[in-house]
Design a protein around this ligand. Structure first.
Ligand SMILES: Nc1ncnc2c1ncn2[C@@H]1O[C@H](COP(=O)(O)OP(=O)(O)OP(=O)(O)O)[C@@H](O)[C@H]1O
Length: 342
């Protein structure tokens, strides 16, 4: 449904040239939710704006619904853009219009009749759960309600593709969850293809089928969400996964931890485990292979599909802890010695 082929984009300002995207290629299949994750300045906004040619790539092709947008005239592009809706972090509603009139706006531009508009807006407000707010103005809505209006408005012209530009970044966690659920249900009900950008792995984990990690204008890795969570290859991806797991050292350990590696001290090790039987059985493995007892100090395990991944902080006890640490280093996605406790 969406294809970016070798897309590059440079911005030239007075005193420098910024390479915002370098040779980016990705394919989003029909009906898929595809997330692009990256840190600030990585090129996410530029990438999503290249899909509807709000930014024109310097090189490469952009194809949406089998039409090569990068070849079209402005007039042809205006027509094709109707298939591509977009929602934004700050909602971009028209403050002087009611909720109903905001959603009606794109239909008015299309010259639809009053009765068609009424029917369509009613059904869209029903879909996003805001029927009772039809006559309210944006200023009187919560952030989550504003985003629901923006979603209803985006769907007014029955787009094939919905682009979400950090759509939940201005929302609190509970509201984020409800908006993500709404996007997922719209994706399923309407078979709508969604491309979203985010800086939060939580967003990717909760609704995306596929993910691409963007770093410094280049795609570092991409694939199915389970595959990337279970076998992250690049450090930047591992960092995003770790950041989505909140495992802290309990305060009693924070007070007693040191960097003194002596016979009487036990290492505290933090490991990122991912989805296979052997890794989940880490405690048995350490005992059977090295006669090392692993005490769980803190842990968080989560599921992506039917696979689990997570972080464990373990205190290793026994004579062969050094061998056990080498084993963890070699066998696990990421392992880190936090320090030693007596
Ligand atoms: N119009 C512009 N003119 C010049 N440089 C730009 C322009 N737009 C973006 N850039 C630069 O391109 C790079 C990528 O920016 P982009 O906004 O795509 O990143 P981002 O990942 O969306 O960041 P953020 O999460 O902070 O919004 C940055 O270095 C940015 O400063």
């Amino acid at each position: 449904m969406i294809e970016l082929i070798n897309v590059s984009k440079r911005f030239t300002t007075k005193n420098k040239v910024v390479q915002a995207l370098s040779d980016v290629s990705l394919t989003v299949e029909k009906g898929e939710i595809f997330g692009v994750i990256g840190t600030s300045g990585a090129g996410k906004s530029t990438l999503i704006r290249c899909v509807n040619l709000l930014e024109k790539p310097n090189e490469g092709k952009v194809i949406v619904d089998n039409v090569e947008l990068t070849k079209l005239s402005e007039a042809q592009l205006t027509l094709e853009r109707r298939k591509i809706a977009m929602i934004f972090q700050h909602f971009n509603l028209l403050s002087s219009r009611t909720v109903f009139d905001n959603v009606a706006f794109p239909l008015e531009l299309e010259g639809k009749s009053k009765s068609e508009i009424n029917e369509k807006v009613d059904s869209l407000l029903e879909l996003v759960g805001l029927k009772e707010k039809a006559k309210d103005y944006p200023a009187n809505l919560s952030g989550g309600q504003k985003q629901r209006v923006a979603i209803a408005r985006a769907l007014a012209n029955d787009p094939k593709v919905l682009l979400c530009d950090e759509a939940t970044s201005a929302l609190d966690p509970a509201t984020t969850k409800s908006i993500l659920q709404l996007l997922k249900s719209i994706n399923q009900k309407l078979n709508l293809t969604i491309l979203l950008i985010t800086h939060e792995m939580e967003v990717i984990k909760s609704i995306c089928d596929k993910v691409a990690v963007i770093d410094n204008g280049q795609l570092a890795e991409q694939g199915k969400v389970e595959q990337i969570f279970i076998h992250p290859e690049k450090d930047i991806t591992k960092g995003f996964i770790q950041a989505s797991l909140n495992v802290e050292l309990p305060s009693i350990y924070q007070n007693s931890i040191s960097n003194i590696d002596s016979e009487n001290n036990n290492p505290l090790v933090k490991i990122l485990i991912s989805g296979n039987e052997t890794q989940s059985s880490v405690i048995i493995n350490l005992y059977e292979k090295f006669n090392v007892k692993a005490k769980i100090i803190s842990a968080q395990l989560e599921y992506v599909g039917h696979l689990n991944f997570g972080i464990l902080i373990l205190e290793l006890q026994g004579k062969n802890t050094n061998e056990a640490l080498v084993y963890l280093e070699n066998e696990y996605v990421n392992s880190e010695i936090l320090g030693y406790v007596g």
